[in-house]
Design a protein around this ligand. Structure first.
Ligand SMILES: *[C@@H]1O[C@H](CO)[C@@H](O)[C@H](O)[C@H]1NC(C)=O
Ligand SMILES: *[C@@H]1O[C@H](CO)[C@@H](O)[C@H](O)[C@H]1NC(C)=O
Ligand SMILES: *[C@@H]1O[C@H](CO)[C@@H](O)[C@H](O)[C@H]1NC(C)=O
Ligand SMILES: *[C@@H]1O[C@H](CO)[C@@H](O)[C@H](O)[C@H]1NC(C)=O
Ligand SMILES: *[C@@H]1O[C@H](CO)[C@@H](O)[C@H](O)[C@H]1NC(C)=O
Ligand SMILES: *[C@@H]1O[C@H](CO)[C@@H](O)[C@H](O)[C@H]1NC(C)=O
Ligand SMILES: *[C@@H]1O[C@H](CO)[C@@H](O)[C@H](O)[C@H]1NC(C)=O
Ligand SMILES: *[C@@H]1O[C@H](CO)[C@@H](O)[C@H](O)[C@H]1NC(C)=O
Ligand SMILES: *[C@@H]1O[C@H](CO)[C@@H](O)[C@H](O)[C@H]1NC(C)=O
Ligand SMILES: CC(=O)N[C@H]1CO[C@H](CO)[C@@H](O)[C@@H]1O
Length: 498
């Protein structure tokens, strides 16, 4: 009975803190940026109901009207000086960018600048004024309860972030941070923090294990323990968030919640960024989303929501810098996912839960002759429909034995209901969770990479068997198999089709 009561109390207090949400940042350095209506379509199809904009783009705010999506808008850094020096400029900004859209567009927060202390230090002296001026304009419009005002910080303003209990804000910034925290506290707002375990991991030069950055389980002897608090840290994200809580508490602010305004992992990088890759990006973001939505909180503040905006919605192909800069997105600009997140148990966000989706592909380094033999077997005796590999068909390109074998192996594996041993082909194939579909070449078992795309024209059919002159084409042209076997293969194919 007592236990039951305790459980009920725990459940009540957990929900009293509110549920954490996952949102997405929408950067716009994209060459073929979808229009605002298309963006709203993508967001809704993925059940992403919280976004942050880096500005207050009018067309975007109009498109978000009555969409059910909650929006954090931003004062761009180049407007901080003006707004921080003039109450009238701030009031004007609010009239134009907030009052004009609210309540049809559900603006829930205003991010004043982006990492101002570290990227635009000359605006730091007016940063708090800028927040206060924006806030007084909201008060005047009676919107200050609905719309929070804050400013996102780089986690690099935290010094000595491990152990978290010894972390503190760079004292250079105390003259800004103390009045800022006072303001956040008095307005029931929150600290906005950008948390990038990817950079912490990269800069640690091997000190931080990759698994610890990616939220993967660590052996107990590798878990990080804060010797002062005896709290166990199983991932970098929590350690950084706790470092921020401790840094605030050293300035005597103990009740300001944290919202993570940016976190993510790049899916591609150059040769200096070997860990910027799809599998790591998928692991990080999938684990991050589950961690946040589980309302796990952090070791210092278990169960306290740490809502998080993923950086970012789209790959921004126009961004300068290393390759990774252009590859933080969950989606390409056309709405096709860069990878499929593994979100079992995460609830209704990012619609395509395909955790159980597996594919069979040819090993890149396998002997091409063995691959060719296995390809011929799959398209022949294996009874796979290989018509998509014919010249002019969606999976003809790239016309090489690895690509063609991957298609055929996977088709066989899916046809055999992925049963054990059906993705081996004498050791030249292996199972992957990454959907190998590309362009209009949709692998069996895939929802189609363009399934959330903006138009319905995706998924070209791949069944026609008409072009008889091309039949040999799905046998990779340098293959050694005899035409006799090819004929057998065709008979099987026709039998299957008819
Ligand atoms: C905005 O979203 C919040 C949180 O869901 C909700 O409480 C509020 O009613 C919404 N406001 C409008 C104007 O839709
Ligand atoms: C700024 O303007 C608001 C109205 O928008 C007003 O309520 C407030 O007192 C002004 N603050 C200052 C410091 O002038
Ligand atoms: C603290 O911030 C100042 C100003 O940006 C910078 O010069 C200094 O290096 C920082 N201190 C540390 C320890 O990072
Ligand atoms: C925090 O509070 C303690 C105790 O009241 C006080 O001694 C200390 O100076 C305060 N620190 C700051 C940064 O205000
Ligand atoms: C979810 O939360 C529970 C308790 O709050 C915790 O035991 C569990 O490890 C969490 N799961 C994840 C995936 O964070
Ligand atoms: C994944 O597989 C497990 C076990 O086979 C099953 O319980 C679960 O429902 C599947 N999830 C999806 C999304 O298909
Ligand atoms: C969508 O498809 C229609 C016809 O199916 C086509 O006319 C239109 O140009 C397509 N729009 C885009 C954005 O691709
Ligand atoms: C996409 O298909 C759906 C259902 O088939 C249809 O209702 C919708 O109008 C189509 N959208 C476009 C842009 O063609
Ligand atoms: C699917 O998306 C890819 C990449 O975004 C694009 O190149 C391709 O043309 C699309 N295919 C179809 C059939 O729409
Ligand atoms: C869970 C969920 O919403 N899954 C969706 C994944 O995408 C396919 C194709 O677009 C939808 O049909 C599913 O409903």
């Amino acid at each position: 009975m007592a236990v039951l009561l305790l459980l009920l109390l725990l459940a009540a207090s957990a929900s009293a803190d509110g549920n954490a949400f996952i949102g997405a940042n929408i950067g716009t350095d994209v060459s073929n940026m979808p229009n605002p209506t298309q963006i709203v379509t993508i967001l809704k199809s993925q059940k992403i109901l919280h976004v942050r904009l880096y500005d207050a783009d009018r067309a975007m705010l109009l498109a978000f009207a009555n969409s059910g999506i909650q929006v954090t808008i931003s004062v761009p850094n180049d407007q901080i000086l003006g707004i921080g020096q003039s109450n009238a400029t701030a009031a004007n900004w609010v009239t134009r960018n907030v009052i004009a859209h609210y309540p049809a567009t559900n603006i829930t927060a205003i991010a004043v600048g982006s990492e101002v202390l570290t990227t635009l230090p000359n605006a730091a002296p007016v940063l708090v004024s800028a927040l206060k001026f924006i806030h007084s304009a909201l008060v005047a419009a009676n919107l200050d309860q609905q719309i929070k005002v804050s400013t996102p910080h780089s986690s690099s303003i935290i010094i000595d972030s491990f152990p978290p209990s010894q972390a503190f804000f760079n004292r250079t910034w105390n003259p800004v941070l103390v009045p800022l925290l006072k303001f956040l506290q008095s307005t029931n707002s929150y600290l906005m923090l950008n948390v990038y375990p990817y950079y912490d991991y990269m800069q640690s030069k091997g000190v931080i294990p990759l698994d610890y950055a990616l939220f993967r389980p660590l052996p107990p002897n590798k878990e990080a323990v804060d010797a002062n608090t005896l709290l166990h840290y199983t991932n970098v994200f929590d350690a950084v968030v706790d470092a921020a809580y401790f840094s605030m508490s050293y300035l005597n602010f103990t009740n300001i919640p944290i919202v993570v305004t940016e976190s993510g992992w790049p899916s591609r990088g150059d040769s200096n960024e070997p860990d910027a890759k799809i599998d790591n990006a998928n692991t990080y973001n999938s684990n991050l989303i589950r961690h946040v939505l589980n309302n796990t909180g952090t070791p210092k503040h278990p169960k306290i929501a740490v809502s998080t905006y993923i950086y970012e919605l789209f790959n921004e192909d126009l961004r300068p810098g290393p390759v990774s800069e252009r590859n933080w997105g969950l989606f390409y600009a056309d709405g096709a996912p860069v990878y499929t997140l593994h979100l079992t148990g995460a609830g209704a966000v990012l619609a395509n839960d395909t955790t159980n989706q597996t594919f069979c592909v040819a090993n890149n380094d396998a002997d091409p002759k063995k691959l060719q033999a296995a390809l011929d077997w799959a398209c022949g005796p294996g009874k796979v429909d290989c018509s998509s590999l014919l010249e002019g068909q969606p999976c003809y390109e790239p016309n090489n034995v690895v690509a063609h074998a991957s298609y055929a192996f996977n088709a066989y594996y899916q046809m055999m209901a992925k049963s054990t041993g059906t993705c081996d082909f004498k050791g030249v194939a292996s199972v992957t969770t990454t959907d190998p579909s590309h362009g209009s070449c949709v692998y069996p078992g895939s929802g189609g990479k363009n399934s959330t795309s903006l138009n319905n024209t995706s998924l070209a059919p791949s069944s026609s068997m008409t072009a008889s002159g091309c039949l040999s084409q799905y046998y990779y042209k340098d293959g050694f198999f005899s035409s006799f076997v090819i004929t057998i293969g065709l008979l099987h194919l026709s039998a299957l089709v008819l």
